[in-house]
Ligand binder design. Structure first.
Ligand SMILES: *[C@@H]1O[C@H](CO)[C@@H](O)[C@H](O)[C@H]1NC(C)=O
Length: 959
C-alpha cells in the first residue's frame, strides 16, 4: 500500500487509537468533564440517541458511537441512527475530536456552526446524506488536518468556500449533490482557492448549481488529482487546456453543463484516464484526436455541437474501450469494421448521426459486444456474422425502409436488455412477513439497504461484473467482523445523471436484524470509503436507507429498553392468566393464548359506551389499550410527535414486539361518535393495498379514539419535493410515485368494498417508504360510497384542503370520486413544479395554464418546472403528456375528468415512454443494461486503497 502524505497517516492513526480504545474499554477513565458537558449539550435536542446513553460518562460507560482516548472523546460515529436535531456550537468544545461521521441521518438539519473550524484535531468530517442546509461556513478552511471532507447529498447552498484551499491535507473532497452555486474558487493574491490542493486526489462537485467558467488556473502540473467530477452543474465557457497538465487523472466528468468551445487537444496527454464524460454540453469544433488516451474504458461525448466529421480512425486504436457513447455528435461516413474488433468492446451508442454506407460486422469482432445502437442514421445495408449475439438497433436508417424487410433490428428500441439481480439459492422462497425480505440464502430478515451509486463506471457491466462486486463486498464486510450473512444487488440502472446505480441489501447473520453496532459499522465502512471495490468500478457513493429495526430505536435515553419490553410482557401475561382463570374455559392448549387475548381486548369498553352498537368486525387490525400506547410513545411525549393537525397529534411509537408505528390520537373536541369511529376502524381494517398505509390497530379505551398505522420511513411527498427530507426525486422517481399513489386511489374507488372517496388527497397525505414506494395516507375524512343516496354522490359538509379542493364539490356539496381526481391532478402539478398549490398567492393550476405553450419544447414551462428536473431536460420524457393528464384531472366539470383507472393507464404509458417498467416495485428504469461478459478490467483506480484499513476501524472487531 502506498502512502500519500501526512493526512492519511493522521486518519489511520486516529482510527488505530479508536480501535485500541474499544479494546481497553473496560478500564476507560471517566470522561473529561468539558467533553461530557459538550456532548450532552450538543445532543440535548436530538432524538433517537442510542439507549445506552445514560448518565454523564460517555467514555466510562462506553456509549455506542462514541470512541475515547483516555478521558477524551476522539470519535463520534453515529451513521444511520435515525437521528434528528441540529449541530450546535457545543460541537466545538470537543477539542480532541478526530472523526465525526453522522451520515445518513436525514433528520439532522440546519446549518453547520461557524465554530466547527475550532476542531483543530479533526481528520474526518463525514456528513453524507443528511439534511444540513445553509452555507458551508468559511471557517471550515481552518480544519487543516482533515483528509476526508464528505458533505455530499445535503441541501447546502451558497458558494464553495474558497478557504477549502487552505485544507492542504485533504485527500477526499466531496461536495456533490447539494445546491451550491457561484463559481469555482481559485486563489488570487491572499485569497486561497482549490488550485492550492496539490495533494488532493478527489474533487467531487457533481449535481450542484455551479456557474461561471472553469478557471484555467484551477489545474496545474503540481496536482495529483485522480478524479475530477463536475457533472450536472451550470458551468459555461470552454474546458481549459490546463486540465491536460494533471497527468495523474483517471476519471473526468464535465457532462451535463453548458460548456462550449473546442475540447483542448492536449487532453490527449492524459494517458491514465479510464472514464471521460463530456456529454450533454454545447462543445463545438472537431472531435479531437484522443488516440493518446489509451487507458480509456468509457468515452461519452454524446449530444454536443461538434463539426460534422468522418467516423474517426483513431477510435479503433483505443484498445481498452468497453463503451463508446457518441450519439448526436455529427459523425458521417462508414464505420470501419476494424472498430468492432477492440477486444473488450461491449456497448456502442451512435444514434442520431449521419453514418452511411454498409454496416459490416462479419468475422473479427469483440465477442463481448452487447449492444450496438445505430438508430436514426443513413445506413443502407448490413452484413452480419451469422452467429452474432449482440443487440443491434437500426431503426430509422435507409436499410429499414425497404418494405419487404421485417427485421427485428428495425424496431424502435429503448429497452436495453434486462437488469442483473442477485438470485436466491433455494428451490422455494420462504414466506416472510411484510417487512422482512428473503436473503439470497433464503432466510427471512430485515436487511440494511441503500442505493449504491457509481459515478464514473468503466463499463455498463454484465452479470459477471456485478457478481464479482457482490462477492467482494460480502468478503470485505465479513473481514471487518461485521455480522453479515449475505449481500444482494438489484434494480441496476443508469440514472438521469449518468451514474450507474443499484440497490444494495446486506443481510444479518445469526439473527433477523442488525443491532445498532452493526448498523454503525456497515454505514461507516460505506460512508467513508473504507470499502473499496475491486478494479473496474470507479468512484462510488453509498446512500443508506434508514434502518428502523434495531432494538431500542426511539426510546429516550433515560429509559431502559429492557424494562419496557419486560414490563409489557409481564403485564400482558398477568392479564392473560387472570382472564383464563376467570373464564375457566377449556381451550385447546395451542389456541389458548390467542383466544384469551381476543377475550381481553376491545370490546368490553365498546359496549360500555352503549352507543357503538356491535363489536367491530376487523380484518387484521388489533385492539390496543391506552397503557400499551402510552408505553410505546414514552407517555405521548413531545419528543415522539411527528405531526399534528386539527384532529390532534400523530406520535411515533415502538410496540412491545419492536414494530414501529404511527399513532394518530384524536384530541377532545375532534372526536367522532362511537358509531362513526367504529365504522372508520372497520373500513380501514378492510383496506389492503401496497400503495395504501396499513392500519395496524386502534385504541378505543378510556375516552381515547386512536388509530395505529404502520410507520412510513421517508415521510411525506411534500417533504421530499420541498427538499426538506433530503431525498431528491428525479423524474423517474416522480413518475413511479405518481403511479403508485394513483393505483392506491384507484383501489379505493374501484376495488374497495364499499368504495371509498378519500376527500383529502394532497402531497402531505402521500407518504414514501424506505424504497420510495408511495403510500396514500389519512383516511380520516374518508366517506363510504355506501352512504350515497343512489345518485352517485354523497351530500356532505365540505372538507378538504384549500388548493386541492374540487371547486364543483365546494359549490354543490356533492362529493364524487371525481373530487379525488381533481386533487390528484393538483398533486401531479406539484410533482412537476415542486411548488405548493397556492404559493405566494398564486394558484398552481392557473400558473401552469398561463405559462404553457403547447407548440414548444416542454410546453415552454421551464420557468415553473422544478429546477432539479431541469438539470437534465433530455431525461424528461413524457413530461408534456404528464402535464396534459394533470390538466384533464383539474377540469372544472367533474364529468370531463378521467377516472382513476384511466389516470393509472395513462401514467403507465408515460412511464413506459420514459423507459421504465411500470410494474417494477420501486424506481427502476429499464434503461438497465446487462452488458457483455466482463473479462479483465485493468482499472488503475486502485490507489484508493489508502482508504482501506485492514481491520482497525472503531467497530466490533475483538481479537
Ligand atoms: C457517405 O457520406 C459521406 C460523407 O457525407 C459521403 O462523402 C459519401 O458519398 C456517402 N456515401 C454513400 C455511399 O452515400
Amino acid at each position: 500500500m502506498r502512502v500519500f502524505g501526512y493526512g492519511i497517516m493522521g486518519l489511520r492513526i486516529g482510527l488505530f487509537v479508536a480501535f485500541i480504545c474499544i479494546k481497553i474499554g473496560d478500564i476507560a477513565a471517566q470522561t473529561n468533564s468539558q467533553d461530557s458537558s459538550a456532548l450532552l449539550a450538543l445532543t440535548s435536542g436530538w432524538r433517537n440517541l442510542p439507549p445506552n446513553w445514560t448518565g454523564r460518562d460517555p467514555c466510562g460507560n462506553r456509549w455506542e458511537g462514541i470512541t475515547c482516548n483516555d478521558s477524551r472523546i476522539t470519535a463520534i460515529t453515529l451513521a444511520n441512527m435515525g437521528l434528528t436535531g441540529q449541530l450546535t456550537g457545543d460541537l466545538a468544545s470537543l477539542s480532541e475530536l478526530q472523526i465525526l461521521d453522522l451520515s445518513y441521518n436525514r433528520g439532522l438539519t440546519g446549518p453547520l456552526p461557524q465554530s466547527i473550524g475550532r476542531l483543530s484535531r479533526l481528520t474526518s468530517l463525514i456528513l453524507i446524506g443528511c439534511g444540513f442546509s445553509g452555507r458551508i461556513p468559511d471557517s471550515i478552511g481552518s480544519l487543516e488536518l482533515v483528509d476526508n471532507l464528505s458533505l455530499n447529498e445535503n441541501n447546502f447552498t451558497g458558494p464553495v468556500p474558497a478557504t477549502i484551499g487552505n485544507m492542504l491535507n485533504l485527500y477526499w473532497l466531496d461536495l456533490a449533490d447539494n445546491q451550491l452555486s457561484g463559481s469555482i474558487p481559485v486563489s488570487s493574491g491572499d485569497t486561497p482557492g482549490l488550485d492550492l490542493l496539490v495533494d488532493t486526489k478527489h474533487f467531487h462537485f457533481g449535481k450542484n448549481q455551479l456557474t461561471g467558467t472553469i478557471p484555467p488556473s484551477l489545474f496545474n502540473s503540481n496536482m495529483t488529482l485522480i478524479h475530477v467530477l463536475f457533472d450536472n452543474n451550470r458551468l459555461t465557457g470552454s474546458i481549459p487546456s490546463s486540465l491536460g497538465l494533471v497527468r495523474t487523472l483517471e476519471a473526468i466528468r464535465f457532462d451535463s453543463n453548458s460548456l462550449s468551445g473546442e475540447i483542448p487537444s492536449n487532453i490527449n496527454n492524459l494517458t491514465l484516464v479510464n472514464e471521460l464524460f463530456l456529454s450533454n454540453n454545447e462543445l463545438s469544433g472537431p472531435v479531437p484526436d484522443l488516440s493518446g488516451m489509451n487507458s480509456l474504458n468509457f468515452l461519452d461525448l454524446s449530444n454536443n455541437n461538434f463539426e460534422a466529421t468522418e467516423f474517426p480512425q483513431w477510435l479503433s486504436t483505443l484498445q481498452s474501450l468497453t463503451t463508446l457513447m457518441m450519439a448526436r455528435t455529427g459523425l458521417e461516413g462508414q464505420i470501419p469494421e476494424e472498430f468492432f474488433s477492440i477486444p473488450q468492446l461491449q456497448n456502442v451508442y451512435l444514434r442520431d448521426n449521419q453514418l452511411n454506407g454498409t454496416f459490416s460486422i462479419a468475422s473479427n469482432y469483440s465477442r463481448q459486444l452487447q449492444v450496438i445502437d445505430l438508430q436514426n442514421n443513413s445506413i443502407r445495408a448490413a452484413t452480419l456474422a451469422p452467429e452474432y449475439s449482440f443487440q443491434l438497433m437500426l431503426a430509422d436508417n435507409e436499410f429499414c425502409q425497404s418494405p419487404d424487410l421485417n427485421s427485428p433490428y428495425c424496431n424502435v428500441q429503448e429497452n436495453l436488455g434486462s437488469s442483473f439481480s442477485t438470485t436466491a439459492n433455494c428451490s422455494r422462497l420462504p414466506q416472510c412477513t411484510s417487512e422482512q425480505i428473503s436473503s439470497p440464502n433464503c432466510i427471512c430478515a430485515y436487511p440494511f439497504t441503500g442505493t449504491y451509486i457509481f459515478r464514473a463506471p468503466s463499463a455498463l457491466g454484465n452479470s459477471d461484473y456485478f457478481t464479482t462486486l457482490q462477492d467482494h463486498l460480502l468478503n470485505t464486510l465479513r473481514s471487518y467482523a461485521l455480522p453479515v450473512d449475505s449481500v444482494s444487488l438489484s434494480n441496476i440502472s443508469v440514472d438521469v445523471f449518468n451514474n450507474r446505480q443499484m440497490q444494495l441489501a446486506v443481510f444479518p447473520a445469526g439473527q433477523d436484524h442488525f443491532n445498532r453496532t452493526g448498523i454503525i459499522g456497515l454505514s461507516f465502512v460505506l460512508s467513508n470509503q473504507t470499502y473499496k471495490p475491486p478494479d473496474a468500478y470507479g468512484p462510488y457513493v453509498f446512500s443508506a436507507n434508514f434502518y428502523p429495526y434495531f432494538d431500542g430505536f426511539i426510546r429516550s435515553s433515560n429509559q431502559s429498553h429492557t424494562g419496557i419490553i419486560v414490563g409489557a410482557v409481564v403485564g400482558g401475561s398477568i392479564l392473560l392468566l387472570l382472564l383464563v382463570g376467570a373464564g375457566g374455559y377449556a381451550y385447546y392448549q395451542k389456541k389458548r393464548a390467542k383466544k384469551a387475548k381476543q377475550q381481553a381486548n376491545p370490546f368490553v369498553s365498546w359496549d360500555s359506551h352503549g352507543t357503538g352498537g356491535d363489536v367491530p368486525r376487523l380484518k387484521g387490525a388489533r385492539f390496543f389499550t391506552l397503557e400499551e400506547l402510552q408505553k410505546s410513545t414514552n407517555n405521548f411525549s413531545e419528543a415522539n410527535t411527528v405531526g399534528s393537525g386539527g384532529y390532534g397529534k400523530v406520535y411515533r411509537g415502538v410496540l412491545s414486539d419492536g414494530q414501529i408505528v404511527a399513532i394518530k390520537r384524536s384530541q377532545l373536541g375532534s372526536m367522532q361518535g362511537s358509531r362513526e369511529f367504529k365504522n372508520e376502524v372497520e373500513l380501514l381494517s378492510r383496506v389492503h393495498h401496497k400503495n395504501l398505509v396499513k392500519l395496524v390497530g386502534f385504541c378505543f379505551d378510556k375516552g381515547e379514539q386512536t388509530l395505529v398505522y404502520e410507520f412510513i420511513a421517508n415521510g411525506t411527498l411534500m417533504d421530499s419535493l420541498s427538499g426538506m427530507s433530503g431525498i431528491q426525486l428525479d423524474w423517474v422517481r416522480r413518475l413511479m410515485i405518481t403511479l403508485g399513489s394513483a393505483r392506491g386511489l384507484q383501489y379505493l374507488h374501484e376495488l374497495a368494498d364499499p368504495p371509498i372517496i378519500h376527500r383529502d388527497i394532497k402531497s402531505t397525505n402521500i407518504l414514501l417508504d424506505e424504497r420510495l414506494i408511495a403510500k396514500v395516507a389519512d383516511f380520516g375524512l374518508s366517506k363510504l360510497f355506501g352512504d350515497t343516496d343512489q345518485k352517485g354522490y354523497v351530500t356532505t359538509q365540505v372538507k378538504g384542503t384549500m388548493g386541492y379542493l374540487d371547486p364543483e364539490y365546494f359549490m354543490t356539496n356533492q362529493l364524487t370520486e371525481k373530487s379525488d381526481v381533481f386533487s390528484f391532478g393538483v398533486v401531479m402539478l406539484e410533482m412537476v413544479t415542486a411548488r405548493k398549490p397556492i404559493q405566494d398567492g398564486k394558484y398552481i393550476v392557473k400558473e401552469i395554464k398561463e405559462a404553457m405553450d403547447r407548440t414548444k419544447d416542454l410546453y415552454s414551462l421551464h420557468r415553473v418546472i422544478d429546477p432539479i428536473l431541469l438539470r437534465n431536460t433530455t431525461m424528461l420524457v413524457g413530461l408534456e403528456k404528464f402535464v396534459d393528464l394533470a390538466l384533464k384531472c383539474v377540469q372544472d366539470d367533474g364529468a370531463n375528468r378521467p377516472t382513476m383507472g384511466e389516470v393509472v393507464k395513462d401514467i403507465e404509458h408515460i412511464a413506459k415512454l420514459a423507459g421504465m417498467n411500470p410494474n417494477a416495485d420501486s424506481t427502476t428504469t429499464s434503461q438497465s443494461y446487462e452488458g457483455a461478459s466482463g473479462g479483465n478490467f485493468g482499472h488503475p483506480y486502485s490507489d484508493n486503497s489508502l482508504f482501506q484499513y485492514s481491520g482497525s476501524i472503531p467497530l466490533t472487531r475483538a481479537e
